[in-house]
Ligand binder design. Structure first.
Ligand code: 5AD
Ligand code: SF4
Length: 449
């Protein structure tokens, strides 16, 4: 171990802290499964844990800084003079393993997102000195993970990892490696195991989930999963506009369990910026894809990601982004200030946009997105649908769940419990949620909207 910091406590409990995307949430759960299989018990806070896994995100600069501030806190001796064993996992570990080793001597294990199946072994190794694995092995980690045990109604399932698209702003192709898909048979098995634990909704995850090619296409996989009795809802994220093929659009019409929601990042409304970003689509081709989708499934809810202040972005380019938000009427959208990522092509492009301009554009974009979300929520008032109840609401008797369009819905249904799929009418709408009342008499029904 290191000379500066106190010795780690014996490993009996663990806590996995997840930063960033849903794929990290999935990976965090799987690291938890590995540690549980080793006999460690999960605890709710890092302060109470003997082993703390920081599952990091590298997508923007701020995400990486959080790792170092957490390590700073965790390395302090506790009341018994010990500190936890600290594991730096995820994409910052992959991209900056050597820097972490130099800058944070208290870190005991450094493990990348493609090697975390080796976590138990690395923890053993760390008893005699820091253990590092940031390889991108050919043997997929998924083959050596234990059976999943999950107690939620809704679960993530990673079906595809990595990215071959090389958008000029993005680190993912470097941290998660090339696109790889898990075999469909493995995924069907994992989904069946989840459903046996009571899971009713599965969200299929991938950096480019609609590029899935594991023996079946994504549409084929969705159709196969829809045959699992007890699985009520299927979702998938994140999709690339370039891979939005007709068979997937057809699945949105034909597979009742596939929810009418699509996260399809556009990044910018300006074709000039999209070219500089190497997005392989234009504003026009993106809008044409949405038209095909809406023609097939008129009620589909759309969401997207946006970057403001990409190098060279002018006010006119930015106004194209505002106009696409108004034109598409997104149900939800995520917006980010461009963040320089060392090693990516955009990092060294001329005409970097000043921070103050990025701030101002982000505020205007977020106002336009909020307006679109509210309009979308209002447009659903009067619809009858199902809600999958996920957590208690603020007031007694209230429960919060998700509509087919991924809105948070607040409902009060006597006798209903978390995990139930209930039939409701939407009666009110705010910017971030809708209000729903039970269809009387209260009844459970299939997930079809
Ligand atoms: N700066 C800002 N946002 C970024 N994203 C990816 N890379 C960057 C970056 N360098 C955003 C994109 C992507 C989402 C996951 O994060 O919008 O779709
Ligand atoms: Fe990053 Fe672009 Fe790949 Fe998405 S498609 S993960 S933004 S490189």
């Amino acid at each position: 171990m290191t000379s500066q910091s106190p010795a780690p406590a014996p490993a009996k409990t663990y806590h996995v802290k997840s930063f960033g995307c849903q794929m990290n949430v999935y990976d965090s759960e799987r690291m938890g499964d590995l540690l549980s299989a080793e006999g460690l018990t999960s605890v709710a806070t890092p302060e109470a844990a003997d082993v703390v896994v920081l599952n990091t995100c590298h997508i923007r600069e701020k995400a990486a800084e959080k790792l170092y501030s957490d390590i700073g806190r965790l390395r302090q001796p506790r009341a018994d003079g010990r500190r936890p064993t600290i594991v730096a996992a995820g994409c910052v570990a992959q991209a900056e393993g050597a820097e972490i080793a130099a800058r944070a001597p208290a870190v005991d294990v450094i493990v990348g997102p493609l090697a975390y199946h080796r976590l138990p072994e690395l923890l053993k190794q760390a008893q005699t000195g820091r253990a590092v694995d940031i390889d991108m092995p050919l043997v997929p980690k998924f083959d050596s993970l234990p059976q999943r045990r999950i107690a939620q109604a809704s679960a993530f399932l990673t079906v595809q990892e990595g990215c071959d698209k090389f958008c000029t702003f993005c680190v993912v192709p470097y941290t998660r490696g090339p696109e790889t898909s898990r075999p469909a048979a493995d995924l069907i098995g994992e989904a069946q195991a989840l459903v046996a634990c009571g899971v009713k909704e599965i969200t299929l995850l991938g950096q480019n989930v609609n590029a899935y090619a594991g023996g079946l296409s994504l549409a084929g996989l969705i159709r196969a999963l829809a045959d699992i009795d007890g699985l009520e809802r299927i979702r998938y994220t994140t999709s690339h506009p370039r891979d939005m093929h007709d068979d997937l659009i057809a699945a949105h019409v034909e597979v009742a369990k596939l929810m009418p929601y699509l996260h399809l990042p556009v990044q910018s409304g300006s074709s000039r910026m999209l070219k500089a970003m190497n997005r392989a689509h234009t504003r026009e081709s993106y809008l044409a894809t949405l038209e095909r989708l809406r023609a097939a499934r008129p009620d589909i809810a759309l969401s997207g990601d946006f970057i403001v202040g990409f190098p060279g972005e002018t006010e006119a380019d930015f106004e194209d982004t505002l106009s696409i938000v108004r034109q598409v009427q997104y149900a939800a959208a995520y917006s980010f200030k461009y963040s320089i990522r060392p090693g990516t092509p955009a990092a060294t492009m001329a005409d970097q946009v000043p921070e103050a301009v990025k701030d101002e554009r982000l505020a205007r974009l977020q106002a336009a997105i909020a307006e679109a979300s509210l309009a979308f929520n209002r447009s659903t008032i009067g619809r009858r649908c199902t809600v999958l109840l996920e957590r208690p609401g603020r007031k007694p008797g209230q429960l919060i769940g998700k509509t087919p369009w991924l809105q948070s819905a607040v409902v009060s249904i006597p006798g209903a419990a978390i995990g139930d799929l209930v039939a409701v009418n939407i009666v009110g709408a705010g910017p971030n949620s809708v209000e729903a009342v039970p269809v009387s008499p209260p009844a459970r029904e299939s997930a079809a909207a």
